[in-house]
Design a protein around this ligand. Structure first.
Ligand code: IMP
Length: 177
């Protein structure tokens, strides 16, 4: 199948760097002497998390989870399973969940419930992109880089059918199948 794309918006590398730095400074200020555990949601988060942790000037720990959501095309159905779990012990620890993008919020609300089951001291949410258009679950987001209203977002780790992850910038696309 051939897809045609129209670029609605581009977020250049410089803007991404500025926002990543800002989030990192806020996290460093709020978690001094606490050694937070950052839990990255694979795969899309791999570039954002790598850049973020290198800008955070306090000690921290890193772990990953991976979730599968079965749904139609580009929308998650809410039927979510965990395919890679947290491996560090987070009981009594401050946790920050780090996402690439929050769309409907279904994946994250599942993950927050799962993480809270491990009895961390606190759970905060950090996302590079907050996509507001299709939100179904209200979730308090503590740190975010960009708010996007329309389009499908790719680049800087984010994919469309495994394409575009490698781009150093972010594109919001209109996809015509
Ligand atoms: P949610 O459960 O609808 O919030 O979906 C979250 C997941 O869907 C993200 O972690 C992404 O993997 C994927 N996703 C949702 N919107 C986009 C997008 O615009 N670009 C790339 N992936 C997306």
């Amino acid at each position: 199948m051939i897809n045609r794309y129209r670029i609605l918006k581009k977020i250049p590398e410089k803007e991404i760097r500025q926002q990543v730095k800002k989030i990192a400074q806020n996290i460093a200020n709020e978690y001094q002497n606490q050694e937070p555990v950052l839990i990255g949601v694979l795969n899309g988060v791999f570039i954002f998390l790598s850049d973020l942790v290198r800008e955070i000037s306090i000690p921290l720990k890193i772990d990953f989870v991976r979730l599968a959501s079965y749904g139609s095309k580009n929308v998650s159905s809410g039927k979510i399973t965990l395919t890679k779990d947290i491996e560090l012990s987070i009981k009594g620890k401050p946790v920050i969940i780090v996402e690439d993008i929050i769309d409907t919020g279904l994946t994250l609300s599942y993950l927050v419930r799962h993480v809270k089951g491990r009895e961390p001291e606190s759970v905060k949410i950090c996302t590079l992109i907050n996509k507001l258009e299709r939100r179904e679950k209200e979730i308090g987001i503590d740190y975010w880089g960009f708010e996007i209203k329309e389009g499908f977002v790719v680049g800087y780790g984010l994919d469309y059918n495994e394409k575009f992850r490698y781009l150093p910038y972010i594109l919001s696309l209109e996809i015509k199948d």
